[in-house]
Design a protein around this ligand. Structure first.
Ligand SMILES: [Fe+2]
Ligand SMILES: [Fe+2]
Length: 170
């Protein structure tokens, strides 16, 4: 796989993940779930836009432009402590389907991490720079989704991360 093919393959991958989060946000019954999935949908949408731009520029100039890729999830480790709420048991039933969507998200993020790991290590300095950054971010997503899965498992509802605010995403 050359750099151009790697960018195209990554673009398709990011679209798939974005669509998963978009649908999950639409289907989520709880506000916490909606918010969680919507954040990730927005972040992955940013990846789609970024890679589209990289693809266009690369096709024109033959080099990947030097443009930073930012993220709204700045911490690389995510653990949610404590608080497993009594009301959770009552709510659990109505949130069916949420766990499946969370687990599907976890699988996609793990796949993305492996995908970028491979690309970052096999396409020279340019590939290492571009895909190494994606690797960092997707690794963080994996940790974040895993933390949410753990929390949901324990409590039956979504953890509403106070660290993120809609404003910081604009
Ligand atoms: Fe992504
Ligand atoms: Fe991701």
């Amino acid at each position: 796989m050359n750099l151009r093919e790697a960018i195209e393959a990554s673009l398709e991958f990011e679209k798939k993940i974005r669509d998963h989060y978009k649908v999950s946000a639409e289907k989520a019954k709880s506000p916490g779930g909606k918010k969680f999935f919507a954040y990730l949908a927005k972040e992955e949408e940013g990846h789609v836009a970024y890679l589209k731009k990289m693809s266009e520029e690369f096709n024109k100039a033959g080099v990947v432009p030097d443009e930073p890729l930012s993220t709204i999830f700045t911490r690389s480790e995510w653990v949610i402590e404590g608080e497993s709420g009594m009301k959770a048991n009552e709510e659990k039933h109505s949130y069916e389907g949420e766990m499946e969507r969370l687990l599907a998200a976890l699988e996609l993020e793990e796949d993305a991490t492996r995908h970028y790991e491979k690309l970052a290590g096999s396409l020279g300095p340019e590939g290492k720079k571009l895909f190494g950054r994606f690797l960092e971010i997707e690794d963080t997503h994996t940790a974040l989704v895993r933390a949410e899965v753990d929390y949901f498992n324990r409590s039956g509802y979504f953890y509403d991360f106070p660290e993120f605010s809609m404003e910081s995403m604009e």
